[in-house]
Design a protein around this ligand. Sequence first.
Ligand SMILES: C[S@@+](CC[C@H](N)C(=O)[O-])C[C@H]1O[C@@H](n2cnc3c(N)ncnc32)[C@H](O)[C@@H]1O
Length: 198
Amino acid sequence: MAAQYFAERPASARDPIDVDVNVRGVGFTLTTDRGVFSHGHLDAGTSLLLHTAPDPPANGVFCDVGCGAGPIAIALGLLRPTATVWAVDINERARELTTLNARRAAAGNITVVAPPEVPDDLECDLIWSNPPVRIGKAAMRDLLASWLDRLSPTGMAVLVINRHLGADSMQRWLEDRGHGCDRLASRRGFRILSVSPR
Ligand SMILES: C[S@@+](CC[C@H](N)C(=O)[O-])C[C@H]1O[C@@H](n2cnc3c(N)ncnc32)[C@H](O)[C@@H]1O
């Protein structure tokens, strides 16, 4: 099913599997499902991001670009209950799962939307994302460019990208686009990149 995780309406039969997530002192349960990224487990790259990204600011507008079943958005929502968290995904089943999982975790500060529902003037103080590398290099760069241009002047994005799926060329592209871009961690085949506005 991995090749279909970014379908807008997955057709695969349901097979819900619950996964427990514990990060930075908060714990929650995620229902995962077929047709959505990381069925039955927490992705190793996502886990690395959750454990190594710098602490989120005390407050602000946070965005999870490509929320899947919601591990990043829900962690942010629980870690910073007074922040506003936007969880965005093209995949309808992913949005359903994030909504369900956020409700069960009592993370009431998360708004789950499809890309066309994102307000034009939304500005993000923080983006944490495991972006959809498999949509292809050009599409992924367009997606990231559109979100990075939403960063507030003091904002920051933290991205996890598989080293074998172009993390280093992505870093060079971000720098060429005028962003500050630092490698915060490199482990288990993943790079964690912090990106500042240009
Ligand atoms: C690598 S997965 C990460 C999922 C989740 N954040 C996690 O860490 O388990 C990337 C997600 O991006 C979503 N996606 C693909 N294209 C998108 C787009 N244009 N806008 C928003 N999300 C998109 C996919 O459906 C998928 O759920």
